[in-house]
Write a protein that binds this ligand. Structure first.
Ligand code: NAP
Length: 261
């Protein structure tokens, strides 16, 4: 069995760095035409250089997912350049927070606007193309926080729970067009967003104690799931959330299996 993504046209949002960057790189190295969007031009310039070095097809486009006009412009440019949109990965996200009493409206809005509204707007921008094609794969970044939220993470968890519900509704609406819509929950992957790598050893140990496999995940772990879900092999999977989290809280105390005796 082979995952064949050759010449599929993919858009990955917020892919200038972190997990999205690795998703874009992995899709491109599998032969997909990958359009990388981000809000920082300097990151897009680095991506452009890498694509050029490797001879990969694609585009690098500035896009703030909060802005409907940015998302529409990306979809229009991709359709103009490549004639289709096969895969959309709504990866862009932020995770700021505070305990509810101290949580500012700005931080609440930022989480909602980027994580949830950004996902909605980008989907809205590509749906007409995917409907015309009668095919498409939409993959939305959710989080384990949508299943078990963290203290201080109300805005983030609410936004990601929203992504999960939104995913199921959209899967229902697009089922008749053979477009699948799924979300995925990465964890725990040290990136600039969570700075896990910079925590002290005690904190790191506590975080790892929640994982069945008791080791950090890598962006590649997520990228490989995305490749599968983007492929024809996953054509009967829709409306679901898949966690790629090393078995986070698969049991109540996963650490118990890692202690001697
Ligand atoms: P990251 O390293 O911070 O990457 C997020 C990317 O999104 C950055 O390039 C960021 O740009 C970009 N971005 C932020 N606001 C944007 C906007 N308005 N429009 C377009 N792009 C924007 O985070 P990550 O850890 O790779 O996370 C990627 C996704 O996975 C997120 O949706 C996150 O919630 C989800 N996730 C990650 C983990 C994990 O363990 N890392 C766990 C659960 C869920 P800047 O560089 O300017 O910030």
């Amino acid at each position: 069995m082979l995952i064949d993504l050759k010449d599929k046209v993919a858009i990955v949002t917020g892919a200038g760095r972190g997990i999205g960057n690795e998703i874009a790189r992995t899709l491109a190295s599998e032969g997909a035409i990958v359009v990388v969007t981000d809000i920082r031009q300097e990151l897009l310039d680095e991506v452009a250089a890498e694509w050029q070095r490797n001879g990969w097809a694609g585009l690098q486009l500035l896009c703030d997912v909060r802005k409907a006009e940015d998302n529409r412009a990306v979809a229009a440019e991709v359709e103009r350049a490549f004639g289709r949109i096969d895969i959309l990965v709504n990866n862009a996200g932020v995770a700021g927070g505070a305990r509810v009493e101290e949580l500012s409206e700005e931080v609440w809005d930022l989480n909602m606007d980027i994580n949830l509204k950004g996902t909605f707007l980008m989907c809205q921008a590509v749906i007409p193309t995917m409907k015309r094609q009668q095919s498409g794969r939409i993959l939305n970044a959710s989080s384990f926080a949508a299943i078990i939220p963290s203290i201080g993470g109300a805005a983030y968890a609410a936004s990601k729970s929203g992504v999960e519900a939104f995913t199921r509704v959209l899967a229902g609406e697009l089922g008749p067009f053979d477009i699948t819509v799924n979300c995925y929950a990465p964890g725990m992957i040290p990136t600039g967003m969570n700075r896990f790598a910079e925590r002290n050893d005690v904190d790191k140990g506590r975080l790892l104690d929640t994982l069945t496999l008791r080791r950090w995940g890598s962006p590649k772990d997520v990228a490989q799931l995305i490749c599968f879900l983007s492929s024809d092999l996953a054509s009967y999977i829709t409306g679901t959330m898949i966690d790629v989290s090393g078995g986070k809280f698969a049991t109540q105390m996963p650490w118990a299996a890692h202690r001697p005796g």
